[in-house]
Design a protein around this ligand. Sequence first.
Ligand code: GLN
Ligand code: ZN
Length: 759
Amino acid sequence: MTTFPAATITGYPRIGRDREMKKAVEAFWAGRATLAETESALAAVRAQTRERLAALGLTEPYAIPADFTGYDQVWDIASSLGIIPARFDDLRGPDGALDAAGYWTVARGVGDRPPLEMTKWFDSNYHYLVPEIGPDTPIRLVDDRVVRLATEAPGLRPVVVGPVTLALLSKAADGAPEGFTPLDRLDDIVTAYAALLRALADAGVAWVQLDEPALVADTWPRARTVEATASAYRVLGDLETRPALLVMGSYGPLGDALPPLAASRIEAIGLDLVRGGIPDDVDILTGKTVVAGVISGRNIWRADLQEAFGTLGALRARLGDDSPVAVATSTSLQHVPHDVEREDALDPELRSWLAFADQKVGEVLTLARGLAEGHGAIAGAIAESVAVRARRAAHPGVRAGEVPVVPDAFRSREPYEERVAAQEDLGLGSLPTTTIGSFPQTAEIRRARAAHRAGTMSEGDYDAAMRAEIASVVALQEQLGLDVLVHGEAERNDMVQYFAENLDGFATTGHGWVQSYGSRCTRPSVLWGAVRRRGPITVEWSRYAQSLTAKPMKGMLTGPVTILAWSFVRDDQPLAVSADQVALALREEVADLETAGIRVVQVDEPALRELLPLREEDQAEYVSWAVRAFRLATSGVRASTQVHTHLCYSEFNEIIDAIDGLDADVTSIEASRSRMEVLEPVRDHGFARGIGPGVYDIHSPRVPSVGEIEAQLRLAVAVIDPRRLWVNPDCGLKTRQYAEVTPSLENMVEAARRVRQNP
Ligand code: GLN
Ligand code: ZN
């Protein structure tokens, strides 16, 4: 058997250093490139990545992961195993496989055939495609994608989502009988993986990495997850013809899934030692290769190599000197940008604290060298990493970060009933209509923002352009007859970055792109120091908007949890502390909005569920600080000021206690795609404040009819007291066109009128 490399990474960004993957794929979708051109552009990204990783020092056989995807890693293996929804059967070739065009068609949908659903990958901001599996879905190796990519160059290690995770992340196909879960098909899935492993072995591949992050989560009934792990890896381990297997558990500790893996014949097990620490029972792994994930794939900070090297030493002591240990990242580096060296606009001191993917490769190699040659061989690098951390800790912008102790009473408002009475003069009857905040971001708005940023548009001209936009959005809402208006958020490129740019303690990068889903990327801000508001941020725009109308104008802010979730956060203090710092800055902003005459303030928390820990035992603590931070941001106002929040997903039940705890006067949520199903749990929970279930889906360009929206509203009225019911779309409108938005809102207002008139 080829030994496992001493140093590796468990995955690398797939988008290309200059987002070449995005550009190539989107050019194909837009008809600007042929399939052949696109495929060769993607092959070039893969070649560039391999060259880069080899140049950085990943030169041992099987050190470089073959984890490239043209859209998503879950969809890659699902489509390879023929797990394709029946509604797309016509796209399959004679062998049952999709070609590259079909692969993207299913991912994105076509005509009235919806794509695979998308949902977030563990507690990250990456979204994967949810495969659909029914009792009769054919599951069989139909596509040689994995083999093709693995054999593009010698000694690549294919990275494939593992069978248990694939089963758990899938959903039951439409029409599956009550009680069926995709895990019921585990045996068939494992048989298909066996065929894949045989094909890889036949192609000469010696090592394969199976990613099993689902084994660290409590999202599914635990006993069944552990049992599935045991059965899958017993079968795969016992196969006669297969490469050596690394099963990687990222995003947390494997817990009770570790013993069945240890008992199987798989050769290597990967541990997330950043999140999980060394498991108590780690000695059961003696004899297998332990792939020690000691460099975080989730943050952008240079590691403390002393601490990481200490962890490796402790691990080795537990396993015995002869038991092989390899050094690796804790997760794929897909969550971090490529290379900090490109950030020449960043403050050099801050830049010296950071490690992006390429720098993390260097850290892994350094630690592996230390493990092989002893501490002395890397003493210099260790000392430097410690010195950097010390400099960072001593930096005045970081140190100023102590949060005043805030008494809990400071985080509560008057009882809800009292607030309702004090807000009566807002004059909102039953079923008030509103929107979630943003209006279409036209090409003109984007141009103005870009010119302002580039310095080619003066402050005065930019201000005038934004005011004109606000005036037109307000006039449109007046004309449509909406009840609570918004200013439209034209000045915001992104709901988090906008605030990050206006708060001390955040920096933005020039090239720090990470994949969000498919071809889409985001550029998270870096939260590096103490958070302070330099001055009012949104107040002037909201005040101006309010001056144009007699109707209430909503002030629009992004909440503390969402700001953290969509930024790179500090690793030197608990998230709860960072959340309170952001919350205090927002609290000042809320107070200034109130002083400026804004009676309704919305604090969006679309990421509230995203940060929910994967382990049940950690969830209560998270909910507690997340709720406290929101309340800290919003509780400084008078009873007469109405606080709204917005969450955009419908798996409401999972965190309904948290949402109730936010104590907002009005909560808007996504509901239209699930036909208001979310409302029953809301009622049953006893949630007693205002609620605005989205009455139409903004993710699609379709204009909903009055009758359709009216039907949704009638469903809602049947469950929720109409005095507490609000009428709004599912989410913000920034990605839509006015040609869709205007008639949709017109129909929404008319539907509300009909239901009000004839309840
Ligand atoms: N207020 C934001 C908007 O309308 C909310 C976006 C979101 O929930 N993701 O764009
Ligand atoms: Zn939303």
